[in-house]
Design a protein around this ligand. Structure first.
Ligand code: 26V
Length: 801
């Protein structure tokens, strides 16, 4: 077949013709009658044609070479918008802008029409999306497997400062990127019973749901390669109950379809509630079973000996969510394909590896054996066989995957994986010392570190065109897929004229953000103020409440002395709280209440403003990060596995104020201690501090600023209509304060004032900011993926084949 011209040679003219052709013949619209969405779809299809060419070529190479494929199994892919990503990676920004202009359309308006696909909660899902892009950029044959949720993460708005959740409906707007694959469809069984027949076990599921594939091509830099994101949608195995329909019972007739579809209906918000546990386990097995069937079908087409599986297949479990892949693959190999159990175990382990993304005890998955056995009776037997095998080899049960009538998914994943990785150096060390200490002693070579990274195509080149042009002007465009070359900027940073250009880019990004906030939030802020940004999921360990307390204390101090030389600040927050996480939702409301009082205060508002932007998502992050001066990474040390927002900020020339937690540690090492505002206890100091019973009371007694800020919260200074609204937050911080907000407050205040002083000296600040950009190259997800390819997957690149 004829593969089209390399994308970089696409002319504006050709692209314009392709847009019009798609507008007319794919969407049935004449240009004069087309709306923004029509133009967006037509442009997307024109771009998609070129992506598809890379995609066919890549698939052909992988098939021809019998390549080892990497399979990234993840319950979440937080991909965001794809159109700009495609245009940027194909190098067609100018052509697309000009082609649209020639058709009387505005490029930015058309791009902004695309829905933001929020098929993930936060860091874990966004990491999966960055990884897919890097796998394509590196030419490593790979598939992402996930679920095609009808509703992604809820849409957040505020009413009276409170978080309101509404369903996210990304599929009701037209989506340009997926190809439905009715031929890639599998029956997935649940429940039923296990029959013992001639010494073998046969699972007879009690019900079936179909998994149907939808493929989205993910193109890498310069369109050299494209991999597939394959998302499964649940359909009824037997869609329509005709006898019921003929009886006139139309509701009953439609029931199988409705029941089946609940499986891919909604993404679970990272939750603290117990509800819906069964559905969650069903979703997890649905993903795993469909993915494994697909993987084996592809393997069987290319190879004949199942023992070769580990040479051709690497399966990465993104957290424990797809951990039933262990027992399911053992079941297929042993029960269905007749391999001895030991051999099925060896092959499975050689294929599987597992990434841990959190040490928080409440986030470690476990399933009651009743539920697990009801839904997956054969898998429960296999889990017990795995546990016994492991026990025989290593007679110790304290970290067993079967205790308290539970199935522990972390332990199961560890035992079934040949490599287990953490996501930052500190997190990996803590894994060895805490959750997996005993398993680590038994298998000392299994745990490895792969510090997270972010794709520079989306998180610098696309989202920050001003800074990107300056970089390319200075060192050429080699940095885009070799990010450590940003170091070549360092000599230029010593040049005042260059720093002025760097500063101008940041200033213009801030002005854009200010205009956008004025237009959408009705709040105007001073673009010359320091933009101090904390954007991430709401969680007590991430300590948004530490940030707002410090802001309250600052406000109080400014009021005491309004004529002092304050560094103007705009404190920006964004992030969603899990619907069942009441405390986190109260923190949001507190921040909104504080914002209302402070922004109305005539004596302070010129130097201090606060804003909580609603509905944080990938698109909002792309707007905020290039405009940030100060990046808030203030989690209790030992709690944030890595963080990836921290990397995006540093790359875009923001300075971090942060604790020695997660990847902050490595960011500080790379950018230099002078260019990072460090504060707070270390992870081991945190553990010691918790042993002091009245640690919070002591900290409050020692710090009048903290005491006064807490008192304002406790007595309702920000909610006079309901003065005890936040008394429980104040009580928590004065009492248990598990996340040590009080104990870290004084040092946070100090670091924050250091940031003020540094910002007041523009030449110094700009130098530090630019050094952050120049020294953040190591945090490219290309580096991370190379690490996985070498240390975990034994996979290679097929670029240029
Ligand atoms: C937990 C749960 C619990 C049940 C409902 C669905 C759900 C979804 C997500 C989670 C949390 C998974 C852990 C996670 O997101 N960890 C984050 O992973 C990032 C990428 O490695 C890392 O940068 C963050 O520090 C870490 O918090």
């Amino acid at each position: 077949m004829n593969i089209a011209t390399p994308p970089t040679q696409v002319t504006t003219h050709a692209l314009r013709d392709a847009i019009v052709r798609h507008l007319c013949y794919s969407f049935g619209r004449e240009p004069d009658y087309a709306g923004t969405e029509d133009w967006r779809m037509a442009l997307s299809f024109a771009i998609r044609d070129h992506i598809a060419d890379s995609w066919f070529k890549a698939a052909g190479v992988a098939r021809r070479e019998g390549a080892k494929r990497v399979y990234y199994l993840s319950m979440e892919f937080l991909i965001g918008r794809l159109l700009e990503d495609g245009i940027v990676n194909l190098g067609l920004v100018d052509q697309a802008r000009d082609a649209l202009a020639a058709l009387g359309q505005d490029y930015d308006t058309v791009l902004a029409d695309e829905p933001d696909a929020a098929l993930g909660n936060g860091g874990l899902g966004r990491l999966a999306a960055c990884f897919l892009e890097s796998l394509s950029t590196l030419g490593c044959p790979a598939y992402g497997y996930g679920i095609r949720y009808e509703h992604g993460l809820f849409r957040q708005s505020f009413q009276g400062g409170r978080q309101i959740e509404a369903p996210e409906t990304w599929l009701t707007q037209r989506h340009a990127w997926e190809f439905e694959r009715p031929d890639a469809r599998f029956h997935i069984g649940f429940g039923g019973h296990v029959e013992e027949r001639d010494g073998a076990s046969v699972w007879h599921p009690g019900e079936y749901v179909d998994a149907e594939a939808y493929d989205t091509p993910i193109v890498g830099w310069k369109g050299r390669w494209a991999n597939t994101l394959r998302l499964w949608s649940a359909k009824a195995a037997d869609p329509f109950d005709l006898p019921a329909f003929n009886r006139g019972d139309f509701a009953a007739a439609a029931e199988p379809e409705a029941l089946a579809r609940t499986i891919s209906r909604v993404l679970y918000p990272d939750d603290t509630t117990e509800q819906g546990k069964e559905l969650r386990l069903k979703q997890e097995f649905f993903l795993v079973a469909a993915a494994l069937r697909d993987i084996l079908a592809r393997f069987d087409k290319e190879h004949s000996d199942i023992r070769q599986l580990p040479e051709k297949v690497a399966i990465q479990l993104n957290d424990t969510h797809p951990a039933v892949a262990g027992p399911e693959l053992v079941r297929i190999l042993h029960d269905e394909r007749g391999l001895p159990f030991d051999e099925a175990m060896t092959i499975t382990r050689a294929c599987l590896s597992y990434t841990n993304h959190t040490l928080l005890p409440e986030a470690l998955e476990s399933w009651g054996e009743g539920l697990f056995g009801r839904l997956l009776p054969r898998h429960l037997q296999i889990v017990d066989m795995i546990d016994n095998e492991h026990y025989e080899a290593n007679p110790s049960r304290t970290q067993s995957m079967r205790s308290d009538h539970q199935v522990k998914m972390g332990q199961l994943s560890f035992v079934m994986a040949h490599k287990v990785n953490g996501v930052s150096a500190l997190h990996t060390e803590l894994m060895k010392k805490t959750v997996f200490s005993e398993l680590h002693r038994l298998h000392p070579d299994r745990i490895v570190n792969q510090t997270n990274g972010v794709t520079p195509r989306r998180w610098l080149l696309a989202c920050n065109p001003r800074l990107s042009s300056l970089i390319t002007d200075t060192i050429g465009e080699g940095w885009v897929d070799d990010l450590e070359r940003l170091r070549e900027l360092e000599p230029a940073i010593e040049d005042a004229a260059w720093r002025e250009r760097f500063d101008a880019a940041k200033r213009a990004n801030k002005a854009d953000l200010s205009d956008w906030m004025a237009a959408t939030q009705g709040v105007s802020v001073n673009p010359d103020a320091m933009f101090d940004v904390q954007i991430k999921r709401l969680h007590e360990y991430k300590r948004q409440h530490l940030n707002i307390l410090e802001t309250i204390a600052l406000w109080q101090e400014i009021k005491d002395n309004p004529n002092a030389d304050w560094t103007p600040r705009v404190v920006l927050f964004a992030g969603k709280a899990a619907p069942g996480y009441a405390f986190a939702k109260d923190i949001i409301r507190l921040i909104n209440d504080v914002a209302e009082v402070l922004n109305a205060d005539k004596t302070t508002r010129d130097v201090l403003q606060v804003l909580f932007l609603p509905n944080y998502n990938v698109t909002l992050a792309e707007r905020l990060i290039p405009a940030a001066d100060l990046s808030e990474q203030i989690s209790t040390a030992g709690k944030e596995a890595s963080g990836t927002g921290n990397m995006k900020f540093a790359l875009n020339g923001a300075l971090t104020i942060g604790t020695l937690d997660g990847a902050n540690v490595e960011i500080r090492e790379h950018v230099g201690a002078d260019n990072f505002f460090l504060f707070g206890m270390t992870a081991s100091e945190v553990m010691e501090r918790r042993k002091i019973e009245d640690h919070a009371a002591q900290a409050i007694a020692a710090d009048p600023r903290l005491a006064r800020a807490l008192e304002a919260v406790r007595t309702g200074a920000f909610c006079p209509d309901e003065p005890d609204r936040y008394a429980h937050i104040a009580a928590n911080l004065a009492g248990p304060d598990y996340f040590l907000v009080a104990s870290d407050f004084a040092d946070y205040w100090r670091a924050s004032r250091e940031a003020d002083a540094a910002f007041a000296d523009p030449a110094t600040w700009t130098r530090k900011a630019a050094l952050n950009t120049a020294r953040s190259g190591w945090f490219s997800s290309d580096r991370t993926i190379r690490g996985y390819m070498q240390d975990i997957w034994a996979a290679r690149s097929y670029l240029g084949q």
